[in-house]
Design a binder for this molecule. Structure first.
Ligand SMILES: O=C(CO)[C@@H](O)[C@H](O)COP(=O)(O)O
Length: 219
């Protein structure tokens, strides 16, 4: 079952509440919230007060992707703000097992995130404790970038690792996802798709964008 998660990074921030309501009505499965700190990634976005505000305008799960250094220091703030999923990068968590465990202790779903250059081996020993795995198909920091094709082999490798352990953790993919690019990652085993410009920039509107992606995924 394909899930589509509009990334509010590409929304009109001056009308953020309306934008979130509109994609929720148009059939989004989760609202994807990109948190950037200007250190781990070369861009700055938003923090817990905005997550709290978004929480008030939709009943959909909030999928909060922390692109920040020292995520442990902020997990509780994002949990309190209303995140449902909290994603942390394998590259910045010195004690990844502890960070993912802390997310669960806070009563939230945990997601581990891999940059394009990071090997699936980095998450081999936490596969059994995560609720979602996010494969970045662009280098994080900006919307509107081109899908990196090597992500497909990585998704396949992670799917094989999960199957070998009889685990059914959803694989999410994020970056450059549109109706034109969704099929290959879907065939490789991804079921959860983040899309920013592909949804918010679609010429025929949000519902058409998500329907096209679901149809194109075709799995
Ligand atoms: O995390 C990120 C970027 O760092 C993504 O969530 C982008 O927001 C996706 O945007 P598109 O590539 O779909 O435009």
């Amino acid at each position: 079952m394909v899930k589509i998660c509009p990334s509010i990074l590409s929304a009109d921030f001056a009308r953020l509440g309306e934008e979130v309501k509109a994609v929720s009505r148009a059939g989004a499965d989760y609202i994807h919230v990109d948190v950037m700190d200007g250190h781990f990634v070369p861009n700055l976005t938003l923090g817990p007060p905005i997550v709290k505000a978004v929480r008030q305008v939709t009943d959909l799960p909030l999928d909060v992707h922390l692109m920040i250094d020292n995520p442990d220091e902020y997990l509780e703030d994002y949990a309190k703000a209303g995140a449902d999923f909290i994603g942390v990068h394998a590259e910045v968590c010195t004690h990844l097992h502890r960070s993912l465990g802390r997310i669960k202790e806070l009563g939230k779903k945990s997601c581990v995130v891999l940059n394009p250059a990071t090997s699936p081996a980095a998450i081999e020993y936490v596969l059994d404790m995560v609720d979602m795995i996010l494969v970045m198909s662009v280098n994080p920091g900006f919307g509107g970038q081109k899908f990196i094709p090597s992500s497909i082999a990585k998704i396949k490798a992670i799917k094989e690792m999960l199957d070998a352990r009889s685990l059914s953790v959803p694989i999410q993919v994020d970056g450059g996802i549109t109706a034109e690019t969704i099929k290959d990652p879907a065939l490789a085993g991804a079921t959860v798709f983040v899309s920013g410009t592909g949804v918010f920039g679609h010429k025929d509107g949000y519902q058409a964008a998500m329907e096209e992606m679901r149809n194109a995924a075709g799995v």
